[in-house]
Design a protein around this ligand. Structure first.
Ligand code: ADE
Length: 236
């Protein structure tokens, strides 16, 4: 039984969907999974296991930011032998080429986090998605009838939601980064370390350039598209 998830061995499926918000985990389990059972509510970070189209799938809240996410990802990989994690989250758009409600499938993630700086002794590591999962997610997005445009590109995993120096993202934007969130780089790094598969898919919830935001109802609809892409890719 792990320190933070505290589930019994075998209660967590080899495939995990990984939203930041634990209540989003509950919504995903209730909306998409059959026979979903709660396996953890330690610290309110809800985790459920059920089935989707005959595949055993878990949904685990990660919390916000790489330190919180890494606690749960480490335990999922190390103690529950999870093979595949798909982050399903939200992000801010950094370029006018994106609109709110668009979906980003992240092929890689930059970061300002000190975690990887310590891990790699000050050298720059390039955290990337599992290629098979990435390809499966793109194929799933082409097969599903979607309301939102889907983009494949880079995310910036920031340690700060309320940045004191937003101008620091300008070079990232000039080098093709599409959106800002707070977890993908850490997840990709841990998946590489444990030799497992990871992918981050994010829905644009707010626009850093235009100031536009999504309504709760819009977020739910677009979130549904993203979850279907994630489930199809993770189980293919
Ligand atoms: N997640 C959603 N929107 C975000 C933003 N603007 N910055 C960081 N993480 C986010």
């Amino acid at each position: 039984m792990s320190t933070h998830i505290a589930a019994e061995p075998g209660q967590i499926a080899p495939i995990v969907l990984f939203p930041g918000d634990p209540l989003r985990a509950k919504w995903i389990a209730e909306t998409f999974l059959e026979d979903a059972e709660l396996y953890s509510e330690t610290r309110g970070m809800l985790g459920y296991t059920g089935t989707w189209e005959g595949h055993r799938v878990s949904v685990q809240g990660s919390g916000m930011g790489q330190p919180s996410m890494a606690i749960y990802a480490n335990e999922l990989f190390e103690e529950y032998d999870v093979q595949t994690i798909v982050r399903v989250g939200s992000c801010g758009a950094l370029t006018e080429n994106l609109k709110v409600r668009d979906i980003i499938i992240a092929n890689g993630a930059c970061t300002d986090s000190g975690i990887n700086r310590v891990r790699f002794h000050g050298l720059d590591y390039a955290p990337v998605a599992d290629f098979g999962l990435l390809r499966a997610a793109v194929e799933a997005s082409e097969a599903e009838p979607l309301d939102s445009a889907v983009h494949v590109g880079l995310l910036f995993s920031s340690d700060q939601f309320y940045s004191t120096r937003p101008e620091l993202t300008e070079p990232f934007v000039k080098h093709g980064v599409l959106g800002v969130e707070m977890e993908a780089a850490g997840l990709y790094t841990l998946a590489a370390y444990y030799e497992r598969r990871a992918l981050a898919i994010c829905t644009v919830s707010d626009h850093i350039v235009t100031g536009e935001e999504t309504t709760a109802q819009e977020r739910e609809q677009t979130f549904g598209d993203m979850i279907r892409i994630a489930l199809r890719a993770a189980t293919s």
